[in-house]
Design a protein around this ligand. Structure first.
Ligand code: SF4
Length: 115
């Protein structure tokens, strides 16, 4: 038997998949869809940070514009850890993208003013 915690809503149902493939414990159809996706090709929204040059803060939080395969998360975080972006940054700016993934800034970062 396998037990998954549904992450679709805050209820967090514990959903059991028995030896015969029966799915038990989901309170709604969204939970059933979650389990099927999770068993076949699990995906997550990626949230991380990117270094900022000349910003009033050193890093900017970013998130993926769509769910991406779980097996790519580590690779993308590693790639993103090697880059930096120049301030100013506006919330919603695409700061990283490849053929499958785009990461957008989730806050704005102003540029440091020279005094
Ligand atoms: S099964 Fe339905 S109610 Fe339960 S956590 Fe998932 S989405 Fe929420």
């Amino acid at each position: 038997m396998k037990i998954l915690t549904c992450i679709v809503c805050p209820v967090g149902c514990k959903i059991k998949i028995d030896e015969n493939g029966n799915i038990l414990g989901a309170r709604c159809d969204r939970g059933l869809s979650f389990v099927k996706r999770e068993l076949l090709s699990p995906e997550r929204i990626l949230t991380t940070t990117i270094r900022v040059d000349r910003g009033i803060v050193k890093v900017v939080p970013v998130k993926s514009t769509k769910s991406i395969p779980k097996e790519r998360l580590r690779e993308i975080v590693k790639k993103v850890s090697t880059i930096s972006v120049k301030a100013p940054i506006r919330r919603g700016d695409i700061l990283y993208s490849d053929e499958e993934v785009s990461l957008v800034a989730t806050r704005s970062v102003e540029e440091v003013k020279d005094v």
